[in-house]
Design a protein around this ligand. Structure first.
Ligand SMILES: [Zn+2]
Length: 762
């Protein structure tokens, strides 16, 4: 079980004290659907095991965060969710501090992409803005609520580096509280007060509706912001919070992804009308077929069909409703070979340079039928005309719905096209089906593994049994695969879970590749096959390979060394396979059967293996305006500046990680780094001479041995001087320009005036 703790920053200029709220993030118990974060091992259990994940709440508590008792109704907290000034402007500037692990950094960027796919929330690297979020590794997972208008911390501590946990914390930062903090929560859940650890009852407080708003959305058991049943429980088997509609007990605390209502709220709060990376999404349920058009110079047409005829099943609603749902169909059983039909998208306007076209297709005709993907590009006259062939899909005999991914690299407006071609109408009894199209401006997954007849697999396998994916290659040439444990690993403590692990395969490039392969982020995703990409609640689990991953089963070697050296020979692939690394309890069976994870009786797993070494150093300095005025000499080490450099805007960069989240503390630290004086040399009762800033013109006040000392602001053209920065001076080099400019203006005015005067005289 993991827990996150969130802190609220009540005053912009105070350290965060006051309230905290802790919630449990993932679910522990076997009968609860969850995203467990237990790592699994193979072979010698305590060697390849990352170790049992510590409960984040335990980490938080150990860090003394139990000091934050539940004074969350303090007036100072009214800058909560309702307060418009706590809303962010997008994009939100961010810093990834270098105390974060590489995997956490990759996971944070992954969470950003989910916001960009599903909402109008966007993020940008920090460039000196006054409001920003600095992601750092402290103990536990926590965030302030809303924009604090300073640099604010968001902690992704050890064990918090999961997509959904990070999304949860960012939702706090965006202004959202926990779902069960709603004013009306007692209508929907029971809080078992006697079962809560003594002293932690405050975590179950509610907020008055003058502080928070539900944005006119119903209570959401599926919210990413909801506690799980066993949050802050005294007794491992007794819940502290249960749903009044019992079937939701398996759902509350889900940590897959945003719920539909989470997104609705987010989009309402921020008036989102569009997303950043979702270009097109079509399930063909409506007659307008998403603005797609039939080709005009082809031989035949794609037909918008429903599932009412025998043998016809669409993908959108397969398994949910029989005889319902629409799809596009191209009949290949009549006419003559090589006849084609074209279906074109509307014109699309990309923002990035790479897109992924994902769709489901089924070919029930002749094996020589073809489905070809084209794009039509701008022919440089502004017309989207130029055809480019992208990829071909050949007919087959298995007649299943299949998922396809096609990478596009479009930079200007374009259309995508589906061309169906009849291969052999005499030997065709069907045709080509097309459904559930999603076009995103994100990379396509590297490995896609479809496991069919999953219900039968779940019935016929037992704990410890494995299924191996085919071998995939990443862009660098490393071979890898996924191990699925339909009923978890043999040593898993709880049953009712599916396990998921990653391994390397030996491959054709191994001789020239670098070993051991470290700093590669593995992302394994179990796809929720919802047709609407925004509403998918896919499970993504990620870790990053490291030299620290060793195993005694291979004599202490690094697991990610060359598979032919440290792996085991596998007869199926005729290659070597490394040990498994992953999660013995990746997802509960109960959760799998909800939503669309098992649609068409197929489980779809994506796997990526990408180098994230470039994220090793992401922290950027935060400039502190630390001016050195010409006539204000500070005691001690202040450099004397003179001549042309005087008044130059001297910026001092502090490592971001050393900063507190308040402007005040940043100013104090700037003093610490430049001046001779530190506040703690003085008794605490000593009044801060900068308490009422005596410096004018935005000068920064520094406490120098109990005396106020002003550091004045300097611009490019001028600077302030004087004991209180009261006098403005112009830089020498600029002065001539100013005088020249002023003289020019004077001359111009004189010319206009004399001209007018002459006209008047006439
Ligand atoms: Zn939280």
């Amino acid at each position: 079980m993991t827990r996150c703790l969130c802190k609220f920053s009540p005053f912009a200029a105070m350290l965060w004290i006051r309230a905290s709220c802790i919630l449990s993030v993932a679910l522990l118990s076997a009968h609860i659907a969850a995203v467990p974060i237990k790592h699994l091992s193979k072979g010698n259990a305590h060697d390849t095991d990352l170790g049992k994940q510590k409960d984040i709440s335990e980490i938080n508590l150990a860090a003394g965060l139990d000091l934050f008792q539940g004074d969350i109704l303090l007036p100072s907290l009214r800058n909560g969710l309702r307060d418009p000034s706590s809303r962010w402007k997008f994009p939100i500037p961010y810093i990834l501090a270098d105390n974060l692990g590489l995997n956490a950094k990759g996971a944070i960027l992954n969470a950003f992409e989910m916001f960009r796919l599903k909402s109008c929330v966007d993020f940008k690297p920090y460039e000196g803005e006054s409001s920003y979020i600095i992601f750092q590794e402290f103990s536990g997972c926590w965030s302030s609520v809303g924009d604090q208008h300073v640099g604010q911390n968001l902690s992704i501590g050890s064990g918090c580096d999961y997509k959904a946990v990070i999304e949860h914390e960012i939702l706090h930062a965006l202004g959202f509280f926990h779902e069960q903090s709603r004013t009306d929560r007692d209508d929907y859940v029971n809080i078992w007060w006697d079962e809560i650890i003594t002293g932690y009852e405050h975590n179950f407080n509610t907020y008055e509706d003058n502080i928070i708003t539900d944005l006119n959305t119903p209570y959401d058991y599926e919210s990413l912001m909801h506690y799980s049943p066993f949050s802050f429980n005294k007794n491992a088997s007794v819940p502290t919070i249960t749903a009044k509609i019992p079937e939701f007990n398996a759902i509350i605390g889900q940590r897959l992804d945003f719920s539909v209502i989470d997104l609705e709220r987010l989009n309402r709060m921020y008036n989102c009308t569009t997303t950043h990376t979702l270009l097109d999404n079509c399930a063909f349920e409506k007659t307008n077929i998403c603005g797609m058009i039939q080709g005009t110079r082809d031989d035949a047409d794609w037909v918008h069909e429903d599932s009412s005829q025998p043998g016809k099943v669409d993908h959108t609603l397969v398994g949910q409703c029989t005889g319902a749902g629409y799809f596009m169909f191209f009949n290949t059983s009549s006419g003559s070979a090589e006849e084609a039909a074209l279906l074109e998208s509307r014109i699309l306007y990309p923002r990035r340079k790479e897109q992924c076209l994902q769709f489901f297709y089924k070919m029930t005709g002749s094996p020589s039928d073809r489905l070809t993907i084209w794009v039509r590009r701008d022919d440089s006259t502004g017309n989207v005309r130029k055809l480019v062939k992208i990829q071909n899909f050949q007919g087959d005999t298995d007649h299943h719905w299949k998922i396809a991914h096609v990478t596009l690299k479009e930079e200007k407006k374009f259309r995508y096209l589906f061309q169906g071609t009849k291969g052999d109408p005499q030997n065709s009894n069907g045709g080509i089906y097309l459904d559930d199209i999603t076009l995103t401006e994100t990379p396509c997954p590297t490995g896609v593994w479809t496991i069919r007849n999953i219900s039968q697999i779940l019935q016929s396998t037992e704990k410890g049994k494995t299924l191996l994916s085919p071998r995939f290659y990443n862009s660098e040439g490393y071979g890898f695969g996924v191990t699925l444990y339909p009923h978890g690993r043999l040593l898993a403590s709880d049953s009712g879970y599916m396990g998921l692990a990653f391994h390397l395969f030996s491959g054709e490039n191994d001789a020239i590749l670098e070993w051991p392969v470290e700093n590669r982020q593995v992302i394994m995703t179990i796809l929720d096959q919802e047709p609407d990409a925004k509403n998918r609640m896919s499970l993504s689990l990620m870790f990053t390979t490291s030299k620290d991953h060793t195993a005694s089963a291979i004599n202490g070697s690094v697991i990610w060394d060359r598979p032919s050296k440290v792996g085991i020979y596998n007869e199926d692939c005729g290659c070597f396979r490394s040990l498994d690394w992953g999660w013995s309890q990746a997802i509960a069976h109960q959760m799998l059967t909800r939503r669309s994870f098992l649609k068409d009786d197929a489980l779809i797993i994506f796997v990526d293996f990408e180098d994230i070494t470039h994220l090793s150093q992401t922290e950027v300095p935060i400039p502190v305006k630390n001016q050195i005025p010409r006539d204000l000499v500070l005691q001690g080490q202040e450099p004397q500046v003179s001549g042309e450099d005087s008044g130059k805007n001297l910026e001092e960069a502090l490592p971001a990680g050393s900063l507190d989240q308040t402007q005040l503390s940043r100013q104090k630290r700037s003093v610490k780094n430049t001046g001779p004086m530190e506040d703690h040399n003085w008794p605490q009762y000593f009044r801060d001479p900068c308490d009422l800033n005596p410096c004018q013109n935005e000068g920064i006040c520094v406490n120098v041995k109990g005396m106020a000392s002003c550091r004045c602001v300097s611009g490019h053209a001028f600077f302030y001087t004087g004991e209180r920065c009261q006098a403005m001076q112009v830089h020498g080099s600029v002065l001539g320009l100013v005088i020249g400019g002023a003289a020019g203006i004077t001359i111009l005015i004189f010319a206009v005036f004399s001209n007018t005067f002459q006209k008047l005289r006439k």
